[in-house]
Design a protein around this ligand. Structure first.
Ligand code: ADE
Length: 227
C-alpha cells in the first residue's frame, strides 16, 4: 500500500463524469439559471456542465483553506467576496470533489446569504463519503476509501508537492544529499502507487520548476536538496 494513494484522472474521464453528473441534475428536474464554479477545482467541470445543461451564465467564487499560522488549524475562507443580485435565480454550485466539504459549505452559505437566489444546489464529480461533512445534492461517483485524485488541471502543481513532500519526509531521502534519479523514481512509486512515467512530460517539468523555486538543484548524477 502506498503512503498516499493517488489515482491519475484523464481528460476523457472528466468529460464522461461531467456528462454523468449533468444527467443526474437533468433527471432530477432542476433547471439552473446560473452555474457558479468554485475556484479553482470547479472550473473545468462547471464549464462542461454549462455545455451539457445548456446554461449560459457562469460565475465563480474562490473558496480555499487558510492555515492559521499560530494554531495550525485550517479554516475555509472566501478569498474575494463580492455581491451580485441573483434573486429569482436557481443556482448550481459546482466543484470537482467533496473531500471534507468545508470550502463548499462556506461558498454555499455565502451565496445563499449575500446573493439571495431562489435556490442553491451543489453538484460535484466525486464525493468522498467516508470523510465528508455532508452529502452533495448531486455527485457522479461516491468514493469510500480516501484517495488523492490527480486531476488533469493540477498535474504540475501536484507533482511538485508530491516530490517536495517525499524529500522532506522520507526517512532515507532525508539523510541523502545527492539523490540518484532512479532512487527518486523508486521512492515515488512506494509513496504514491503511481509511476513518474505515468505523468509523461510533466515529470521533468516538475523537477525544473522545483529547481526554479530553489528546492532542488539538478546535477548529472541526480538531484540535490538545497533547502
Ligand atoms: N481536493 C481536495 N481533496 C482532494 C482529493 N482527495 N483529490 C483531489 N483533489 C482534492
Amino acid at each position: 500500500m502506498p503512503r498516499v494513494p493517488v489515482k491519475i484522472v484523464g481528460w476523457d474521464e472528466i468529460v464522461e463524469w461531467s456528462r454523468g453528473l449533468a444527467e443526474k441534475v437533468e433527471s432530477s428536474g432542476y433547471t439552473p439559471d446560473v452555474i457558479v464554479a468554485v475556484a479553482r477545482g470547479g472550473y473545468v467541470p462547471a464549464r462542461l456542465l454549462c455545455d451539457f445543461l445548456d446554461v449560459n451564465d457562469l460565475l465563480s467564487v474562490q473558496s480555499q483553506h487558510w492555515v492559521e499560522a499560530a494554531r495550525a488549524a485550517e479554516k475555509a475562507i472566501l478569498k474575494y467576496p463580492y455581491k451580485v443580485d441573483l434573486s429569482g435565480k436557481k443556482v448550481l454550485l459546482v466543484d470537482d470533489i467533496v473531500d471534507t466539504g468545508e470550502t463548499l459549505l462556506l461558498a454555499r452559505d455565502y451565496i445563499a446569504r449575500e446573493w439571495r437566489p431562489e435556490s442553491v444546489r451543489i453538484a460535484v464529480l466525486q464525493w468522498i463519503s467516508s470523510v465528508a461533512k455532508f452529502e452533495p445534492d448531486y455527485y457522479h461517483l461516491e468514493v469510500k476509501d480516501w484517495t488523492w485524485f490527480q486531476y488533469p488541471w493540477t498535474r504540475l502543481e501536484d507533482l511538485q508537492q508530491f516530490i517536495a513532500r517525499m524529500l522532506r519526509e522520507d526517512e532515507e531521502l532525508k539523510t541523502m544529499s545527492l539523490i540518484p534519479l532512479g532512487l527518486l523514481e523508486e521512492k515515488f512509486v512506494e509513496w504514491y502507487g503511481v509511476r513518474p512515467g505515468d505523468f509523461g512530460s510533466y515529470w521533468p517539468l516538475a523537477l525544473r520548476r522545483l529547481e526554479m523555486k530553489g528546492v532542488i538543484r539538478r546535477e548529472p548524477g541526480g538531484i540535490r536538496k538545497t533547502l
